[in-house]
Design a protein around this ligand. Structure first.
Ligand SMILES: [Zn+2]
Length: 311
């Protein structure tokens, strides 16, 4: 049905073009005076003889007949087209943008000013960063940084093979912790860390930099309903949601220009949670406070504290 409609539309377009060209021809001939089309030759088309005039009229009649025929054909095809086609097409006319009424100019001007400003700010930022002796971020095109006289890769620039090697090394180093590496997000490693029978931690890496932390209970998993890795959903238990917050803060605390040290320190700190259900709070000596376990671990000593007891 749709195919037939399309063919009819194409035919109608062709006929419209034909009609248009025949009408143009009429006006062209009228403007030129039918002289070139005179069937009796130039010698008999002298002005005042009357022959030229009647020939011209004859030709005009022929041209008009052609126009009429073309119009009838188009009319016939047009009647076969359903009205819905017209309404569908004309319906789009109202969404046709009126250029004059669109705020394109002011938007472009705004973007231009904004880009200029950003450029200015970034130039200033570069000059300030270049003076910074810490050099946490490198501006060199090779993404290298100098630390104590030797070059090291930035944490985010580590290739997947190096990340895998490092995680395997961690797996050997920490006997009571299991590491499981997957890459559902491309080159970024998603590492599921299982801490004894206490809890599971999902770490998303960019290079060797921890970008995302989620903590869940040992009985929970990090899978969506269709079996894919789920990095977004929170634990059902408030205890693990609290630990997620503390662990996220800890990744920032343990930040180091040497990413191996940073991750090792973080894992050692995380290991402190293996007595989550057995150790009392270091300050108040209780297990529960406000129906919550001591969810915070001291960043240096790994001593357990309730969230309100840590200060
Ligand atoms: Zn306490």
């Amino acid at each position: 049905m749709a195919r037939e409609q399309t063919e009819n539309l194409n035919l109608a377009i062709r006929l419209t073009q034909k009609l248009r060209s025949s009408v143009s021809q009429v006006f062209q001939d009228l403007a030129d005076g039918f002289e070139n089309q005179n069937a009796f030759g130039p010698q008999e088309s002298e002005p005042g003889t009357g022959v030229s005039a009647s020939c011209s009229l004859n030709n005009l009649q022929k041209s008009l007949k052609l126009v009429n025929n073309n119009y009838s054909e188009l009319d016939k095809v047009a009647s076969t087209l359903s009205t819905s086609v017209y309404t569908a097409n004309t319906g789009h006319i109202c969404v046709d943008p009126v250029v004059d009424k669109m705020p394109v100019y002011s938007q472009i001007l705004h973007s231009y000013k904004w880009t200029n400003k950003m450029h200015e700010h970034s130039e200033k930022a570069v000059s300030i960063l270049q003076q910074n002796s810490l050099k946490r971020s490198s501006l060199s095109p090779y993404r290298m940084s100098r630390v104590k006289g030797r070059s090291v890769l930035l944490p985010s620039a580590y290739p997947p093979s190096k990340v895998d090697t490092f995680i395997a090394q961690l797996d050997r180093q920490f006997q009571d912790i299991q590491f499981n590496v997957t890459r559902p997000l491309g080159s970024c490693a998603v590492v599921q860390v299982t801490l004894g029978r206490t809890m599971k931690v999902l770490l998303v890496f960019r290079g060797l930099m921890i970008e995302w932390v989620k903590v869940k209970g040992y009985q929970e998993d990090f899978l969506t309903e269709d079996g894919k890795i789920d990095i977004w959903s929170n634990s059902r238990f408030q205890v693990f949601r609290k630990i997620t917050d503390h662990a996220t803060a800890a990744t920032l605390h343990f930040y180091h220009i040497m990413p191996e040290i940073s991750i090792q320190s973080f894992i050692i700190w995380l290991q402190g949670y293996k007595n989550l259900f057995s150790a009392p709070c270091h300050k108040c000596g209780k297990h529960l406070q406000g129906a919550l376990l001591p969810t915070w671990r001291d960043l240096r000593t790994r001593d357990p504290y309730h969230e309100s007891c840590r200060h």
